[in-house]
Design a protein around this ligand. Structure first.
Ligand SMILES: [Zn+2]
Length: 275
């Protein structure tokens, strides 16, 4: 189902099949020609094609990707073949793309700060790394709403996966976008975030608070990440343990780079202590 978010900006939920439970919001800018943002993964290709058919097959002038994760761009080559539209994303996405099994042609890179004009809208491509190295948010320059990819979701902040994800960059990007005051934020998953700057501030605060708690825990003895996790979260359901541990390790690595925490390799186990 196509939703109109504002004049000249529509959105379709593209299913991701086995790739992930949540669908991806594909954004459609303009009436004819249109620009498509993030057409999603291959299981959603039929939805993209049906949507274009339902719109009377407008000319697709370009396909923009916020980043190259499978649920954003896996189908881009097929959509390009179907429509003839060139694919554009930030070149900083190429190392991660080359390390993944899916392939996406880069027809024209989008530069940091580039102004992308289409049917009355002018979007600034703001580099917002952290979730992905070349992650872009598209900020409309006169109305100041933003299409933000995975900078946030409709229900919270985003997951960071090393080695391409970087927590320090992510927090910087949240702060950058909070300062810009864009509102609303249109994420790739979930509903629009109607209180953009406040939500971004809240996510920054939460992450920095977590960091402060970790430092406090490490005030006493050196500990492995698992023990820190237990002190922070207590007992966790089995299916969350790996993700939560990974998140604690991301914080520890960030603190290590800030020279606030030191990693000690002690007889096969890794401990962390405060510097
Ligand atoms: Zn992503």
């Amino acid at each position: 189902m196509i939703r109109t978010l504002r004049p000249g900006l529509r959105c379709v939920e593209v299913p991701n099949g086995d790739v992930m439970d949540d669908p991806t919001n594909m954004f459609i800018i303009g009436e004819n020609p249109v620009v498509l943002i993030d057409p999603g993964s291959m299981p959603g290709l039929d939805t993209v094609v049906d949507t274009l058919n339902g719109l009377g097959n407008p000319v697709v002038s370009e396909i923009w990707l916020t980043h190259v994760h499978i649920d954003h761009g896996e189908s881009a080559n097929e959509v390009r073949r179907h429509t003839g539209a060139p694919i554009r994303f930030h070149e900083l996405e190429l190392p991660e793309l080359h390390a993944t099994p899916h392939d996406i042609e880069l027809d024209g890179p989008i530069a940091t700060g580039e102004i992308l004009k289409h049917t009355g809208y002018a979007f600034e491509a703001v580099l917002t790394p952290g979730h992905a190295a070349g992650h872009l948010s598209f900020v409309e320059t006169s109305e100041n709403f933003a299409i933000v990819g995975d900078l946030v979701t409709g229900w919270g902040s985003s997951a960071i996966f090393p080695p391409w994800g970087d927590l320090a960059d992510y927090i910087d990007s949240l702060q950058l976008m909070a300062r810009r005051g864009s509102n609303p934020l249109y994420p790739s998953h979930g509903e629009p975030v109607e209180n953009g700057p406040e939500a971004l501030q809240r996510f920054v605060h939460r992450r920095l608070e977590r960091e402060r708690q970790i430092l406090e825990i490490l005030n006493s003895d050196p500990l492995p990440a698992e023990k820190i996790r237990d002190q922070l979260y207590g007992e966790l359901p089995q299916d969350l343990i790996n993700d939560v541990t990974g998140n604690v390790i991301l914080h520890l690595e960030k603190l290590e780079r800030q020279l606030e925490v030191q990693r000690i390799d002690a007889e096969g186990s890794v401990l962390y202590r405060r510097c």
